[in-house]
Ligand binder design. Structure first.
Ligand code: AMP
Length: 185
């Protein structure tokens, strides 16, 4: 519904609505992977807005210094969440993408490894931050991002994912960290 200035939606979005919109793509980007495609959620104004509201439910605007998003789909949700919470947005990027001095963390993949980075001055020590990504699988990416935040001295008050692949046990590896996920497979 629109009055020209604001847009509001008649019904609240539920995790079930999000689940119905997420598309499973078998064998992408390689055989054996069930890729969870979140683009139908992004393309639907009501679902996109609702997904942000659910990712930040019970977090008061003004209570955080930043929302930290993980390269690349995490950026989309984290940036919208930051806008809604009235705080900054900080990117955790793949190695070699950030132009200034960085901290880096490397973690193992099934084959090979991956490195993520953050600008050394992206956050002040003691900053209160929420970490956001689209999907929790093995947890390697989120743990590496959490380590970057620890090195910078930030206080991680929560980690929010749109999707959790629970059979990969990422949540166990994030033990002790406040994890929220909206749609669990
Ligand atoms: P992990 O480090 O194993 O928890 O993997 C999480 C990261 O990989 C997230 O940034 C996701 O975007 C991506 N990812 C892993 N598995 C999938 C999947 N099945 N579908 C879509 N994205 C995935």
């Amino acid at each position: 519904m629109t009055d020209g200035l604001t847009v509001s939606f008649m019904t609240e979005v539920t995790a079930r609505d999000l689940s119905a919109a997420i598309r499973n793509i078998p064998d992408f980007p390689k055989p054996g992977i069930q890729f969870k495609d979140i683009t139908p959620v992004l393309a639907d104004a009501r679902l996109f807005a609702g997904s942000i509201d659910l990712l930040i439910a019970n977090i008061s605007p003004g209570s955080l210094d930043a929302v930290v998003g993980i390269d690349a789909r995490g950026f989309i949700f984290a940036a919208a969440a930051a806008y809604k919470l009235g705080c900054g947005f900080v990117p955790v990027r793949k190695k070699g993408k950030l132009p200034f001095q960085t901290y880096e963390e490397t973690y193992d993949l099934e084959y090979g490894s991956n490195t993520v980075a953050i600008h050394v001055d992206a956050l002040k020590p003691g900053s209160r931050v929420l970490l956001v990504d689209d999907l929790l699988a093995t947890g390697g990416t989120a743990i590496a991002a959490a380590k970057l935040l620890k090195r910078i001295g930030a206080e991680l008050v929560g980690i929010s994912f749109l999707i959790e692949l629970s059979f990969l046990n990422g949540r166990d590896r994030l033990k002790g960290l406040p994890v929220r996920s909206l749609v669990i497979y």
